[in-house]
Design a protein around this ligand. Structure first.
Ligand SMILES: Cc1cc2nc3c(=O)[nH]c(=O)nc-3n(C[C@H](O)[C@H](O)[C@H](O)COP(=O)(O)O)c2cc1C
Length: 367
């Protein structure tokens, strides 16, 4: 009911607020024997972190993971894994002005109406600080998926405002390029244009939306479930649960609306599927093709441009949000989207193994 846990066989519960003493998670159902050390978390947490470039929020958190349980002599034991990260750079005074005021577009009003009390500091539980623990939990999922099945999950920023990567249709993504710049942008030559764009946006006190694409490569056919546990349904829910996400597409997504069946169906030949409009999922079950998803993120609501709003006393007020905010939340969403896809896939892999582990390969796989 309180919805701080997700996943069936692999479940993740997160806790903590943006400006509380710490954030953390409990990962339950993880298989034993996976080698895990604090150093494993450094790379992905740094990719998600604020303050790593001029183009994100300037909050500086060390994001050092403490492993409290579930790991003995460097390996998971099969018992609940508890991870903790202490918040060290909260500046709560920035939020004093909005403690009684609802930022338009943020969760202030809805949390207030639901609970009758809210922690306004840094956005409290609605802050994307919570997603740090999703990324931390997914470090274990990514490692297991890679080691056990050769599955890799990669994301990239596919649009900021009106700017798209200058790539021809169907061109392969250069993930070295994606990792080489603070925008997770696949075309390095466009980075100066993005820098200029975000600088101008910051100067104007405004923000902008974005699109993030995420793909899982190497998923074997069979993962996923029919009807209520469809892999695409669970992926959509997991991706939609990321702060600021307003849309999720799987494969062709909304482009399917204008396609004909003869175009959309992914034909099968001896040398493989001829296209991937399904995004690697048919009937809720992986086909063995790449699992492809795309998310739309709204523009940051905490901006300097004054806007109309209300306060808790029911009066009209003008809001101008100061403090440290992301001018485009989509920039840091890439590792979060990867994390949610990896966690869903690991959960589904364990569920597939539990029910259908004895089925084996009934037909040759389509490439
Ligand atoms: C990576 C990331 C960073 C974010 N940073 C900010 C921010 O600096 N300021 C802000 O107002 N919202 C930020 N958000 C968005 C809010 O957390 C989100 O809009 C808010 O919780 C309301 O939820 P909703 O947009 O999903 O309805 C961020 C979201 C993500 C994914």
């Amino acid at each position: 009911m309180s919805s701080n846990t997700f996943g069936k066989l692999l479940s993740v519960t997160t806790f903590g607020e943006s400006h509380g003493p710490a954030i953390g998670c409990v990962i339950d159902g993880c298989p034993p024997g996976i080698a895990i050390a604090p150093a494993d978390f450094v790379h992905d947490l740094a990719r998600r972190a604020t303050g790593k470039s001029r183009y994100t929020s300037q909050r500086h958190e060390a994001d050092e993971v403490e492993i409290l349980s579930g790991v003995y002599e460097g390996k998971t034991t099969g018992t609940p894994i508890a991870l903790l990260i202490r918040n060290v750079d909260a500046r709560s005074k920035d939020y004093a002005e909005i403690a009684q005021t609802f930022r338009p577009g943020h969760a202030d009003y809805t949390y207030w109406q639901k609970y009758g009390i809210r922690d306004p500091r840094g956005g409290g539980r609605a802050s994307a600080r919570e997603t740090t623990m999703r990324v931390a939990a997914a470090v274990i999922a990514k490692k297991w998926l890679k080691q056990r099945y050769g599955v890799e999950v990669h994301g990239w920023l596919a649009q900021i405002g009106g700017i798209r990567p200058e790539l021809s249709e169907g061109a392969a993504i250069d993930f070295d390029s994606v990792e080489s710049n603070p925008f997770f942008w696949p075309v390095a030559a466009q980075v100066p244009e993005l820098e200029h764009y975000i600088n101008a946006l910051r100067k104007a006190g405004d923000s902008v939306g974005a699109r993030v694409n995420v793909v899982a490569v190497g998923v074997p056919p069979g993962w996923g479930e029919p009807v209520y546990g469809k892999l695409d349904a669970e992926l959509a829910a997991a991706l939609m649960s990321i702060n600021a996400v307003k849309g999720v597409e799987i494969g062709a997504g909304f482009a399917a609306v204008v396609q004909n069946g003869s175009e959309h169906r992914d034909e099968m030949r001896l040398d493989g599927f001829t296209s991937n409009h399904a995004g690697g999922i048919l009937g809720g079950i992986a086909s063995g093709q790449d699992i492809v998803a795309s998310i739309a993120l709204k523009p940051t609501s905490s901006i300097l441009i004054p806007g109309h709003s209300m306060n808790t006393a029911g009066e009209e007020v003008e809001v101008r949000t100061k403090g440290r905010h992301d001018p485009c939340v989509g920039i840091r969403a890439t590792p979060i989207a990867e994390a949610m896809m990896a966690l869903v896939l690991m959960d589904q892999a364990l569920r597939h193994r539990a029910q259908c582990g004895d089925v084996g390969e009934v037909s040759p796989r389509i490439a």
